[in-house]
Write a protein that binds this ligand. Structure first.
Ligand SMILES: [Fe+2]
Ligand SMILES: [Fe+2]
Length: 191
């Protein structure tokens, strides 16, 4: 399970854009791992693999999720792209059985987050949204927060995601609300 061979494999089915993004998430996750004392190897491999399910679209994503016996929510039927984390985690585990549970979870939940995220899950979630090729109005502000407490950093990034979903008139996966409340509680109850 090496970076180079995984990247070569991903290049066979991910778009150039998606592969480049994945490589930048890998680098960003590794940097965050060294700041927040998380295993750098797990962070870089999970970062590289996080979007491996992203090559499927719409009906093909639903079909794949059914084939993999995933329980599909009504929101995921409406927004099949929400399945690329769960589908990707299963595909990655199938190809690389040495992927541990924490890495699997960090791929599975990278789009929505979830309540009780591990430090690795938080790092992959954040890296996905602040990697250097990401362009949106608040991204520089978020990059500037790197180094603050990890729960607070994740909370700040998640808040921007939620605000942008609202601004763009999109659905919000309830798992993200639960994840946000848990992070909020974990951070502020320590103060
Ligand atoms: Fe993704
Ligand atoms: Fe991504």
């Amino acid at each position: 399970m090496e970076v180079k061979s995984i990247a070569t494999e991903l290049s066979k089915y991910l778009s150039k854009y998606r592969l480049k993004h994945s490589v930048f998430v890998m680098h960003t996750a590794k940097e965050l791992a060294s700041i927040y004392n998380v295993c750098k190897r797990k962070a870089e491999l999970s970062g590289l693999l996080h979007d491996c399910g992203k090559y499927l679209k719409d009906c093909a994503m639903i079909e794949k999720a059914k084939e993999l016996d995933l329980k599909i929510t009504s929101l995921q039927y409406y927004e099949p792209d929400l399945l690329h984390g769960p589908v990707g985690a299963i595909i990655a585990k199938d190809k690389y059985p040495e992927l541990d549970q924490d890495m699997y979870n960090s791929i599975y939940y990278h789009t929505t987050g979830r309540p009780g995220m591990s430090d690795l899950e938080k790092i992959i979630y954040v890296a996905d949204l602040i990697e250097p090729t990401r362009r949106y109005p608040e991204v520089e502000e978020l990059r500037g927060y790197v180094g603050i407490e990890l729960n607070l950093l994740t909370l700040k990034v998640m808040d921007k995601v939620l605000l942008s979903l609202i601004r763009n008139g999109k659905y919000i996966d309830p798992t993200t609300i639960k994840a946000r409340n848990k992070l909020y509680y974990e951070y502020y109850s320590k103060e």
